[in-house]
Each structure stands twice: as structure tokens, then as C-alpha cells.
Design a protein. Structure first.
Ligand code: SF4
Length: 342
């Protein structure tokens, strides 16, 4: 169902509220597309409160796009350590290198070229164009989707192109009524602070325009299909220590947690199979195992059920050993939890 809202009045009420009530966020004080790009990638899958410290530290380490482009990937991953979803860090790094080598260090100011950059999808491109360059371009993330589908009672399945196109079309019309930077950020802010999954309609500055509120059916929007159940994978991780140093392995360059460091880990339910694989790779024989802990680690699409064993070997291992307090490389979030046990 599509309803009619007076967009001029809606945008006025929304932006007035935003100008008075917006949070003080470091990445909202700037129009620098590089800073906006970094912040938007960090905010994917991460709450604002969690990411602010990471953002400040990251920008202090790599204050310019050239500094980031010239840094080794390991130090970028290290700066991202703990934020999770490390592919984002690799994208940020690759994009910085591309901007420096192909665009003389300046982010493109058009949708087509932005979408060619690693890690830049329609949402991030829209955010850069509207916030940094003031070009009226919809930036549609989950929060914005929620607000607009409720406002207009758009009931299409949100995973379909049709739903996206409807929201995009309406946003394009709304963008005509205020500056694109404030409007885009105001919508994001409303979705983050007021129009939550459990909406705070009583304090909403645009409730007089909202059809879902009028019809008391806010929770029916957005129309999401039921989530698929996540795959459970059994993993066994081994902690091997030699003179205060620990054995670590590096994950492959592509795929889940690419390039991250971790304690040797094997996807299996069988301790015997994990021991055999370890012995083969490290050319030794595990002679003792002690179960330290077992925990679940959640990804968006799967769950790792990890059993962690401390091991001793017949033949000491001398390669790939690291001191954990001065690790030069980034570890995945799951293995940072294991590190904390030691
Ligand atoms: S009135 Fe409620 S449902 Fe409508 S936009 Fe505001 S918070 Fe969201």
C-alpha cells in the first residue's frame, strides 16, 4: 500500500528535529568523503557506540587516504582488530589504493564510479554523494528502510527489488525539500534513535505524517521474510605454547576472515581427526590435550561451535610462534576470545 504524505512538511519536521537533537558523532562533523566512507563501512554490522573509539583510532593512524593506501594490509587489519567482519577492512584498504592510483586521491562524485570501488554498494555511494558532496541521492540502509516503509505503509517484501525501488523513488522526491546532507543524516538518526524495531512513536517528530502510526500497525513494517536458520559448524582449536610464545596460523587470502591470524583450528567434531590434521601440518605428534573451554561464535550466516584444547607435542614446534601481547597481526574476534583465556 502506498499512501500520500506531504513531503515538504515531513522533511521540514524531520530536519528541524535533527538540527536540534542530533548526536555529536565525530564522523558527522565532516564532509570529507574519506572519513564518511570509513565510518559507513565501520557502521555496517557494528553499533555506533562500539565503533566510535575504533573510528577515532583508525583516523588517527590513517588520517588521509594516502596514509591508508601506503600502509601494509596487516597494519590496517590490526587497526580493525575487534570490530569483526574483517573483509570490510580489506575493502577500505583496497579502495584507498584505487582512489590514490586512479583518481588522484579524490573520491569520485558520481554514482557509477563510486559503485566500482571495493566495498561500496548503493547505500555507501548514496551516503558519500548526499553527505559529502550534497548531491541528492538516496542512501537506503535497514534503518531508512524501516522508517520509509512505516511512513508510507509500503508492504512489499523488503528483500525484493520492487520494495527497494519504491523506497528509492519516494526518497528521491523527499530529497528536493532540504539539503541532502542534513536530510540523509536526519533519516538515519530517526531510524537509529526513534523509529527502532520497537518504535518510540510518542516522541517521534514525524508521527503526524506516519500512516503506520495512524493505523497502529508499525510493527508490521518492514515486511521481512522469516530468517533462515544458521548453519552450525563444529571447530576444534589448539593452543600450543613454547617458552611464552604461541603457535598461530594465517587464514587464506580469500573467504571468511581472510588474512586473519588464529590458533590452529580444524572444522570437525572429532578430536582424533583434528589431531591427525595438526600432526601432518606441523610434522609432530600431539601427546597430550586438555579441554580449556567450549563456546559459540556467531556470524551472520553461520555459527561456529568451538572446542579449545591446550596441547603438548613430542617434537617441539619452533616456527610460526608469536608473543600474544605484541602481536603484529590482527586476530579474528573468535580467536581474540581464546587469547583472553590465556
Ligand atoms: S510514528 Fe512511529 S512508526 Fe512512524 S516514523 Fe515515527 S517512530 Fe516510526
Amino acid at each position: 500500500m502506498k499512501n500520500t504524505v506531504n513531503y515538504q512538511n515531513f522533511v521540514y519536521d524531520l530536519c528541524e528535529w535533527y538540527r536540534i537533537n542530533q548526536r555529536t558523532l565525530p564522523f558527522r562533523k565532516t564532509r570529507d568523503p574519506y572519513a564518511i566512507f570509513v565510518s559507513e563501512l565501520m557502521l555496517q554490522q557494528t553499533q555506533v557506540d562500539t565503533m566510535i573509539d575504533y573510528y577515532n583510532r583508525f583516523m588517527a593512524s590513517f588520517p588521509t587516504i594516502e596514509a591508508l593506501a601506503n600502509a601494509p594490509l596487516e597494519s590496517v587489519l590490526k587497526a580493525w582488530e575487534g570490530l569483526g567482519y574483517y573483509r570490510r577492512a580489506a575493502y577500505v584498504h583496497k579502495t584507498a589504493q584505487k582512489i590514490v592510483s586512479e583518481y588522484q586521491g579524490a573520491f569520485p562524485n558520481n554514482y557509477k564510479d563510486l559503485l566500482k570501488l571495493p566495498g561500496v554498494g548503493r547505500y555507501t555511494a548514496g551516503a558519500i554523494l548526499s553527505i559529502a558532496y550534497m548531491i541528492p541521492t538516496p542512501a537506503i540502509d535497514g534503518n531508512v528502510f524501516r522508517v520509509i516503509t512505516r511512513l508510507l505503509m509500503i508492504d512489499d517484501d523488503i528483500t525484493t527489488a520492487k520494495a527497494y525501488q519504491k523506497v528509492e523513488k519516494e526518497l528521491q522526491l523527499m530529497l528536493a525539500y532540504d539539503n541532502p546532507s542534513d536530510f540523509t543524516q536526519a533519516l538515519m538518526e530517526l531510524g537509529a534513535l526513534v523509529c527502532l524495531r520497537q518504535p518510540k512513536c510518542q516522541i517521534c517528530p514525524v508521527k503526524s505524517h506516519c500512516f503506520a502510526y495512524e493505523h497502529s500497525c508499525q510493527l508490521a513494517f518492514p515486511n521481512k521474510p522469516k530468517a533462515k536458520t544458521k548453519n552450525m559448524e563444529s571447530q576444534i582449536a589448539f593452543i600450543y605454547e613454547n617458552n611464552g610464545m604461541f603457535l598461530l596460523s594465517k587464514r587464506p587470502q580469500t573467504g571468511l576472515l581472510a588474512n586473519m591470524f588464529e590458533f590452529p583450528q580444524f572444522q570437525t567434531t572429532s578430536l582424533t581427526a583434528a589431531i591427525q590434521s595438526f600432526n601432518k601440518i606441523y610434522n609432530t605428534i600431539i601427546q597430550d590435550t586438555v579441554l580449556l573451554t567450549e563456546f559459540k561464535h556467531l556470524f551472520t550466516h553461520k555459527i561456529w561451535q568451538i572446542r579449545v584444547y591446550k596441547i603438548k607435542t613430542e617434537v617441539p614446534i619452533t616456527d610460526s610462534l608469536y608473543r600474544l601481547n605484541t602481536l603484529p597481526y590482527a586476530m579474528s574476534k573468535a580467536h581474540l576470545k581464546i587469547k583472553d583465556l590465556i
